[in-house]
Design a protein around this ligand. Structure first.
Ligand code: FES
Length: 576
């Protein structure tokens, strides 16, 4: 097998010349023949002045390079796209597949025998793992790690569950302009990813469960020495994998490991975005993500992790309590511990080495969970024929069965223009409906599903109201919020024909979300539906590619042409 510098030679019609040409150029960087003869480990550089979640990138790259050199490999750092949640217009999800394509093609195009993927902010890790799964080159992930906690008026705070809670207090007039300005300087006190169980922490946890990163990779804080030691160890392991050629992502991302990841996703109170990304990652590996199986696990697997937004603690507390291995030890009777890990052993080995964290309240036992059920429930009904999701662990128990009058917003812009109007006809027991915010509709399925409480209700002290949409929401958000309704309104899903004044029933126990009109009437409305005005369709560039190829939420919002075999396995099988 061709390895190292000889891999993927540029086509000049003369392979020997191509190698000579390549060597001649790379020697400009001062490499010796001895260095160039080693196995090559590519290391992604996703550092960017726009991405504070990756603000420790230079340190992690240095540590990973040291590890590669210690194990006899040659580290080669290369840049890819970087995406930060608050610097991604129109929304980071619109760019995830672009980053996945960029990362995939750069891994393919450049000579490397293994790759170290360093990412962290929400869409970056899923994009990188989707890419690695498609290339199927030995790969190891180093998350940038969660940021440290902040403090405000004696209270522990952190991005970004507290961003929303404190912003809601500001909207309700409980915090002044000065207060909220001080808060903005305290929510993210260090570089690193959001310090709660948001999407970044969820994906880092899923990736560790899938066996694609070393134990404790998901939780070590971004600024701790542990994080840099993990990076060094990951670089070392990558060099070993470059020599042996295994394990590859396809050996790690299997029906077994995806099922393990589903269990962990439920038990950590994970982000709803994690569901979409895990579906997409599984799809790249040819494993079909089974929403019904995931829902069933939600009835059996309790939330054990006492972290915001489902609980009260933060990621650095999770790390101190033993991190993911300690959590998975509590789940050992549910997990398939024979699943292999990039560390070289199995999940059982990681659990055996887990540190005990006595006298802590962060990782609960199965007998004393944070919530008796899992993080998420999958809903169906005449409003969501292909499914919808609710993060039941962060919802209000009294709203889990609810019938209310629909108050419809046609787009995020419509919502922004009207939601705080004093004359908005809205009451506490209504159901707020937001549509045209799905994968194609917005486009990119923005995190608009966390509709703010209308100002007039917020000022009355109201903290939650049922909200439904075809959008996503941040993993750091909380509330009784139904998301990812599929098919989306922009392609004629039933959400498109809901009218203000219709009644909607949410029944989480029965896993239903229904529009309470006669079937004939619903069919009439769907037949007559025409988007008005017609949805503008992009005519060029990435936006056109996205519009034509993006799949619905239940398919992970990947591009249709990037799936492997259209998803051939099933994540409910007990073996690969
Ligand atoms: Fe980057 Fe939250 S904004 S992880």
């Amino acid at each position: 097998m061709t390895t190292g510098l000889r891999k993927g030679l540029t086509s000049y019609g003369d392979a020997a010349f191509s190698l000579f040409h390549r060597k001649a150029f790379i020697k400009a960087m001062g490499y010796s023949n001895e260095a160039l003869n080693r196995p090559i480990v590519g290391i992604t550089n996703t550092g960017s002045d726009y991405n504070p979640c990756h603000g420790n990138m230079a340190d992690l790259i240095e540590s990973a390079k040291r590890g590669v050199l210690l194990a006899g490999g040659l580290p080669m750092v290369f840049p890819t796209i970087s995406i930060h949640e608050s610097f991604a217009y129109p929304t980071s999800m619109f760019l995830r597949n672009l980053m996945a394509m960029d990362t995939e093609e750069m891994i393919r195009a450049q000579a490397m025998d293994a790759v170290v993927l360093i990412g962290g902010c929400d869409k970056t890790l899923p994009a990188q793992v989707m890419a690695a799964a498609s290339v199927d080159l030995p790969a190891i992930v180093i998350p940038t790690g969660p940021m440290s906690i902040g403090h405000y008026r004696g209270e522990v705070i952190g991005a970004c569950t507290d961003c929303r809670r404190l912003w809601a207090q500001f909207r309700a007039g409980e915090l002044s302009e000065t207060d909220i300005d001080i808060v903005s300087g305290r929510l993210a006190p260090t570089v690193g990813t959001c310090g709660v169980m948001g999407t970044a922490s969820t994906m880092a946890s899923i990736i560790e469960t899938l066996g694609l990163s070393l134990p404790l990779s998901a939780t070590a804080p971004a600024t701790h020495a542990d994080r840099r030691r993990i990076a060094e160890a990951s670089g070392k392991r990558a060099a070993e994998m470059a020599s042996t050629g295994s394990p590859t992502p396809s050996q790690l991302i299997t029906a077994t490991s995806v099922r393990n990841a589903m269990i962990v996703l439920q038990a950590i109170g994970g982000s709803t975005n994690g569901l979409i990304h895990l579906t997409a990652i599984a799809g790249r590996a040819g494993v079909r993500f089974d929403l019904e199986a995931f829902d069933q696990l939600g009835r059996e697997v309790p939330v054990l992790l006492n972290l915001r937004p489902s609980g009260i603690h933060y990621m650095e507390h999770f790390h101190a309590a033993g991190g993911l291995p300690a959590l998975m030890r509590e789940l050992r009777n549910l997990l398939d511990l024979s699943a292999p890990s990039v560390a070289g052993g199995t999940l059982a080995d990681a659990l055996a080495a887990a540190e005990a964290g006595p006298n802590q309240d962060v990782i609960r036992s199965m007998s004393a969970p944070v919530k008796c059920v899992g993080a998420m429930a999958v809903l169906h009904g005449n409003l969501a024929p292909r499914g919808a999701v609710i993060k039941q662990s962060a919802a209000s128990p009294q709203l889990m069965q609810h019938v209310g009058r629909a108050v419809v917003f046609d787009s995020p812009e419509d919502m922004a223009a009207r939601i705080d109007q004093p004359d908005l006809d809205v009451h506490a027991d209504d159901v707020l409906v937001l549509r045209n915010t799905g994968p194609k509709g917005a486009p990119g399925m923005p995190e608009a599903g966390y509709l703010p409480i209308p100002m007039k209700l917020a000022r009355q002290g109201m903290k939650d109201i049922v909200r439904i949409s075809d959008a996503r929401m941040s993993g750091t958000a909380f509330g009784t919020i139904v998301l990812h309704i599929a098919p989306e309104a922009a392609v004629g899903g039933p959400l498109a024909v809901v009218r203000t004044g219709d009644r909607i029933r949410l029944d989480v126990e029965a896993r239903r979300i229904d529009l309470l009109i006669e079937n004939d009437e619903l069919a009439r409305r769907l037949t007559a539906w025409r988007q008005s005005p017609p949805r503008p369709r992009p005519t060029r560039g990435y936006a056109k590619l996205f519009d034509g190829a993006v799949l619905q939420a239940d398919e992970g919002c990947d591009f249709d042409f990037l799936l492997q075999n259209g998803g051939s396995g099933t994540a409910t099988e007990s073996g690969n």
